[in-house]
Design a protein around this ligand. Structure first.
Ligand SMILES: CC(C)(COP(=O)(O)OP(=O)(O)OC[C@H]1O[C@@H](n2cnc3c(N)ncnc32)[C@H](O)[C@@H]1OP(=O)(O)O)[C@@H](O)C(=O)NCCC(=O)NCCS
Length: 172
């Protein structure tokens, strides 16, 4: 049976193995970068591993951010946002062995639900590897231009084709 388990730092090797299956070399983050995000969100329950029996099939990592808070790719230090307005979905990956079973949708839905529970007004993300259409089907839209210089600089760390996307949440 499929289970979504809150990720902790002991799961980082499994997350790194899934990352290597799902991303090109230019997007690979270090264990240090994953650990920094997990440390900054300890107790918030916003990152999940999809597990079926003893198989790890996918993961999603997210963190609350303020207006200028998008973390750069592979950032080794992350501060917890004091006044977050968005749950930033940093990373979604589903192993080729687990694809096309709506697992990606389930992990995103878990993050959307968590953002709602936390009273945040949107979920944001950076679409890479040509995934914008996937996100559009999940209700995300390109962020309005122009972006601030701080956000544009962090977006650039994801490469020239990266796009900032957002999904507004309906207040509860
Ligand atoms: C993107 C990803 C998470 C989707 O996972 P998944 O569990 O297979 O997806 P779901 O089952 O939720 O959805 C499957 C649907 O999305 C479509 N889809 C999958 N990846 C897509 C992509 N990159 N672009 C557009 N559509 C995509 C599938 O064709 C399928 O369409 P259908 O419903 O018409 O059959 C997975 O392919 C992955 O890990 N890719 C590599 C990492 C990545 O690019 N992550 C997103 C970067 S921001």
């Amino acid at each position: 049976m499929l289970q979504l388990k809150v990720i902790d730092t002991a799961d980082v090797p499994a997350v790194m193995a899934l990352q290597a299956e799902c991303y090109g070399p230019e997007f690979l983050e270090s264990a240090e970068a994953f650990e920094a995000k997990l440390r900054a969100t300890r107790g918030l329950h916003c990152s999940y591993l999809a597990v079926e029996g003893d198989r790890m099939l996918g993961y999603v990592v997210s963190l609350p951010v303020g207006a200028e808070g998008l973390p750069a790719l592979d950032a080794p230090h992350i501060e917890r946002a004091r006044t977050p307005d968005s749950l930033y979905l940093h990373d979604l990956a589903v192993s080729p062995a687990g694809r096309a079973q709506r697992l990606g949708h389930k992990l995103v839905q878990q993050v959307v639900q968590r953002a709602q529970d936390m009273g945040l007004r949107q979920v944001s993300l950076v679409a890479v590897q040509g995934s914008s259409d996937y996100w559009r089907r999940l209700g995300f839209q390109d962020a309005d231009a122009p972006l601030s210089a701080a956000i544009a600089q962090k977006l650039a760390s994801f490469g020239p084709d990266a796009r900032l996307m957002r999904r507004d949440l309906v207040p509860a």
